[in-house]
Design a protein. Structure first.
Lengths: 43, 548
């Protein structure tokens, strides 16, 4: 199967990538906070 | 020789070489994935030699019983810093460097998704390692009490009994963590959003898959390490007692949190290695990878299992029998997906048209010696046996087989494999083979006797030992010196190609059996590639048709 490039918009892809990055970064922050809260609650 | 002929289609090269002018612009403000990849790889090589020098000090002290060369306190700093430098400075940045260079080329993207953040990810690292190494360097000039000496695992209360180096180390670890998290975000965003049209997820090269899964591991566990070391920091400097029993805290809780990070960390260092080996073996066997989808699911399974096995590092601290049994069996389960991978590599070679260039030699060495490390890992998973093995040289032998003949051999294999694509020139094949054979002989002389030392009861992290351990330590040290010296040859081979510009000119395809988008661009890879998305046809991809 051959797929022709649709002259897709790199800027549009980068915008989508920024949204993905923001979600993943939030997840990382959430893990950090979760372990802090866990550490405090376990005291 | 299995170099590809120069008949490859070169008509589609989009080599618009607009490199930034000037050293500062090119490197300090770098946003190009190839430049940043190169900086990661150079940084990793420097750290490999710094960490290696520390290993030489360790093996020199252990050459014979008694205290010879360094004070025990310095010895403890060497074991601690050797691990931190090799894990966070050598192995992880090397794989991030490989990802930077190869992932965009493999998925047909013009660059990483977030190039400026990519610059930050890298440039945080030299600052972090300056902080980490500073107390040790100052100590050699008679200033301060030296670097961290409580082991890379940073177990309290020992780890926070050090001096100011504790603060340096913790801050450095925070910075490394931020760097890794930003790198992982970039990899995920690139792979999920920047693939060329037609590059479906299940057509991606295994190296890309392995990095996608590794990036999720990094996101899940680096914040856990950050949380743990922040708690250490507040325990030492702000009067909290998360891990201080006197204040109602629990030092064992640190071990649980640390290893919840630490075990997935082991897979962060080995999953990209699996990806590298899965690229190299099909190329030199001239066959598609056997069981592509099984490989992807095996990597994902290993990643999942890595989250539910952490307590096998701490069987001897005391835990309920049910917990010991759970963690023992969960750990043994990892052998299943790992076995799938090893057998798939063997079946890829089976009836292939094999040739044995240096990358393939390192890849085959990886399969055999990583499996030795895997088997000793199974032995360590058995709870009653682990009570004997725990904290002995058997553990040291195990993880060095996994990390040196596993991770580092795969990084060397990857370097030889992709160097012609990066530089446009083939390395000296004869010297490469000598490098492989000397490394293999010496690395086994270095680490295999350590199994016997551990079984006989020699503990880890000691500068002196009973004379009954003398012979195996002598052999191990000779192996260590030999392995260390051999790496100077590796540096020379790289210098010869990268700086002296020696070597046969490489074609675009480089290797006769190479398939995939990265082999369709020129050698050396142009500064900007795939600025127009490539037209993807299944025959161009190593895994275009997963039914084969």
């Amino acid at each position: 199967m051959s797929i022709q490039p649709d002259h897709h918009d790199i800027a549009r892809r980068r915008a989508a990538a920024r949204r993905t990055a923001a979600i993943v970064a939030l997840a990382a922050v959430a893990v950090y906070v979760l372990f802090w809260v866990g550490g405090v609650l376990s005291r | 020789m299995a170099y590809a002929n120069a008949t490859h289609d070169a008509g589609h090269h989009d080599d618009h070489d607009h490199k930034p002018q000037g050293f500062v612009n090119r490197w300090f403000y770098a946003t190009n994935h190839k430049d940043i990849g190169t900086m990661y790889l150079v940084f990793s090589l420097i750290m490999f030699f710094i960490g290696g020098a520390m290993a030489m000090v360790i093996r020199a002290e252990l050459f014979q019983p008694g205290l010879q060369l360094v004070h025990p306190e310095v010895f403890n700093q060497m074991t601690t810093m050797h691990a931190l430098v090799m894990i966070f400075g050598a192995v992880m940045p090397a794989f991030v460097g490989l990802a930077n260079w190869m992932v965009p080329l493999m998925v047909g993207a013009p660059d990483m998704a977030l190039p400026r953040m990519n610059n930050w990810s890298f440039w945080i690292l030299p600052a972090a390692f300056t902080l980490l190494l500073l107390p040790l360097v100052l100590f050699f000039f008679g200033v301060g009490g030296g670097g961290p000496a409580g082991g890379w695992t940073l177990y309290p209360p020992l780890s926070i009994q050090g001096g100011d180096s504790v603060a340096f180390t913790i801050f450095a670890i925070h910075m490394m963590g931020i760097s890794s998290i930003m790198g992982a975000i970039n990899v995920i965003a690139t792979i999920l959003n920047m693939r060329a049209p037609g590059m479906d997820l299940l057509k991606m090269p295994i190296f890309v898959w392995s990095w996608l899964i590794t990036a999720f591991l990094l996101i899940a566990v680096m914040p856990v390490l950050a949380g743990a070391v922040t708690m250490l920091l507040t325990d030492k400097f702000f009067g909290t007692s998360f891990f201080n029993a006197v204040g109602g805290g629990d030092p064992v809780m640190f071990q649980h949190i640390f290893w919840f990070f630490g075990h997935p960390e082991v897979y962060i260092m080995i999953l990209p290695a699996f990806g590298v080996i899965s690229e190299i073996i099909p190329t030199f066997a001239r066959k598609p990878l056997f069981g592509y989808q099984a490989m992807v699911y095996a990597i994902a399974s290993i990643a999942f299992l890595s989250f539910i096995v952490w307590a096998h590092h701490m069987f001897t601290v005391g835990m309920p029998l049910g917990g010991e049994i759970f963690f023992m069996y969960a750990t043994m389960l990892i052998a299943i997906p790992t076995g799938i991978k090893v057998f798939n590599w063997v079946f890829t070679m089976w009836e292939g048209s094999l040739s044995f260039e240096t990358p393939m030699l390192f890849a085959i060495g990886f399969v055999i010696m990583f499996t030795i490390g895997g088997f000793s890992g199974l032995m360590l998973a058995i709870v009653p046996a682990d009570f004997q093995y725990h904290d002995t040289y058997f553990v040291v032998a195990h993880f060095h087989y996994v990390l040196v003949t596993g991770a580092i051999f795969s990084i060397m294999a990857a370097t030889y494999f992709w160097l012609p694509k990066w530089t446009g020139r083939h390395y000296n094949e004869k010297l490469g083979k000598i490098h492989f054979w000397l490394s293999t002989i010496f690395v086994n002389l270095l680490f295999f006797p350590q199994h016997f030392l551990g079984l006989a009861g020699m503990p880890r992290r000691i500068p002196d030992y009973n004379v009954v351990f003398a012979d195996f330590n002598l052999w191990s040290s000779i192996g260590g010196f030999g392995f260390g010296l051999t790496q100077i040859l590796f540096a020379w081979i790289l210098y010869d190609v990268c700086v002296r510009k020696r070597g046969i000119k490489a074609t675009d395809q480089v290797w006769e059996g190479a398939h995939g988008l990265e082999w369709t661009v020129a050698s050396p890879a142009p500064y900007h590639s795939f600025t127009t998305p490539p037209v993807i046809e299944d025959r161009m991809l190593a895994h275009g048709d997963v039914t084969h």
